[in-house]
Design a protein. Sequence first.
Length: 746
Amino acid sequence: MESEIDCIKQIQNDEFYKRFLDKSATSSELYKNMAISEQVKKLGQGIDLITKELQKCVLERHEDLLKQANHASKLENILSVMKTHVFNLVANAEKLKAQISLPYEALEKHTKVLARLHLASHILRQVSRIQQLSKRLGTTNEPSQKALILQELEQLTSDEDLKDIDAVTTELRNIRSQHQKVFQLATTSMNQGIINENIAQTASALQIFINLGSVNKILDNFMDSSLLECKQSIECAFEIATSNKFKSNTGRVSLTTSQGFRNKIWTELEKAFSEDIHQQCRRVKFLQTTLINMNFHGAEIDIAEKFWESLGIIIKTQIENAHSSIQQMLEEDYPKLLRCYFDISKKLNYEHFSLNHTVLDKFETAYLSKSLTALLEPTQAMFASESCVPSHDDIDKIVRIISSNLSVALIEENLCDKISRNISKCIKMFAVKTEQQLDTSPESAQVIGGTANVGQQKNVHLANRLHYFQTQIHRILFNMKESLLNAKIEFMTDALNSLDILSGAIIQPLVVSINSTIETIIVTIHLETDWTRLQVPNNKHVSSSPYMKELTQFISRAFNTYLSHFENKDVLLAKCSEIAVRCIELFIRHTILLRPNSPISQGGRQRLKADYTHLETSLKVLCPNISDLGKPYKLLKSMSSLIIMSPEEIINSYSEGSIVPPSHILLLLFSFAGAELASPHQNTGWSVQKLSIWLDEHQSEFEKLDLIAGALQRYESLIRQKNCANYDLVYPLMSQFLEKVINNNK
């Protein structure tokens, strides 16, 4: 093995032999390096070397070579045996093939014969059946039975195997003739039945078509014919109107907007819808109903729905393709067009014939746009100048337009809804324009002068115009309440409510000023010095305080000068009630905060009670039914009674859930105490006005009680610091009452 390797390495490493092993080496390169004789000699040496090595290998492995030769001999013997077996197998296969092929060929021949016999038998049976049915067809007089026979004959004669049969060809002529007669009879009967709305006749004709197997085709033809009639009816309406118009205006400019032209168009169009199209729709409805009564479940059972959808497309197409002058007229008189279309649906009252809004949406959009413009332009025009206040005539003009738009919209719910939206936009624009005209300067809110200034008068006029506008529209809605649905006037109602809000906003600056002045007057209660000196009068009559007289005069003057001229009494009453409630609140607040240098005398309390009574009378100028104020009025009456009671009676009169808050009772009790028991505002170093502001900002009863508790605690600390033996007589009552209230609220 090592010698083999050495031999191989020797050849591979030799420069001359290496070139013979290199596939890329060329013969020219060999000649260049060595002479030919030397190359031959070198090659001979190499061959000898390889020969010796081969001989050596054969000698070393001759046993293995002999074994391989022996195995090859055995393999040849085995292959010879296998060849014999293969030949035998092929021979057996040929014998088996012969055994199978012969019976198969015989079976195939018998099968072909049998198939031909079956075909012949089938043809004979079919021909026999055709002859029988043809004979029965001639003796049958009932069209429905004839139709059944004809349908079966149609199926039989459609067999391809019977085409060349002479007997069948002869019968076919008779079958076609009979089929045509039955078909014509059924068609005539169905048309007459539909025209006369004869259910039995129509159902009988349809049954014939069902038996003939051509009912779907007949229904399609009927629907197409009806749609064509509708289309031609609309075309004819437009053609007659336009041809007559242009013919009458020969040699002159055609005035397509003249009233005569419009009347002619609408006469023809209304006739087309109310007569021709309505008649076709009624016939389709009748046919659909008849099919349903027959329990027919064919593919075209929904002919009414398909017809209505196709009719909508035809109407839309015909109108959009009409002359431009006609289209313009239809846009302007869209409600009439909608009525023509809607009346068909309404009269027939059929679920499949519901109004399709997409059919006329183009004209509806144009009409709504023009309607909105007609509403908004006059509204803008009446506010052309900055200082302009609309007149009643201007408003009446808008109201007439609103009434006209709403009246024509009553024909259909969807149109009414959209017109209502347009009207609500008009109302909102009126409100916006009015708001822009308002005088918002500080002078417009002053209530000190003797008369209303120019700005205030202008605001009153604008508010009254708002109310007039609102009232007129409410009148329209009331007159149409039987026709209008509540859901459809909701938009207008919301817009009208915004006018009330704006009216309230116009009055509000005056309300704020009046409330401010009222508080300024009421605060002067603390400046009067007679509260501790007044005695109980001998007679029952007690005069009111000077500040109350001033307050009464102001309330009367403010109402008569600044408020009474507003015509919207509902809004005015709401604002006057707001003033009255605030006046009661401030009056009660300052009466319970009243702290002269010493406790108020019983005569002073009698005068306060008289002030309560006088205030109630004064406020009737603002609120004639002052009891309608509810809780504030009840509080006023309760405080009027408490103001003259003793501390013990005041506390005993309180019960949980009472109309008088516990903070009011505690603040009132301070007025029975000496100067050392300081009120909450005195305790904190506040003025009465500052405490009033604090009470406005802190409505929680707990916060008020907390402020009062602080004042009582400070008083207790002060007494302890002074080492006084006794508290103020009212302090224990207040302390116990406060503790009781706090415990009840836990």
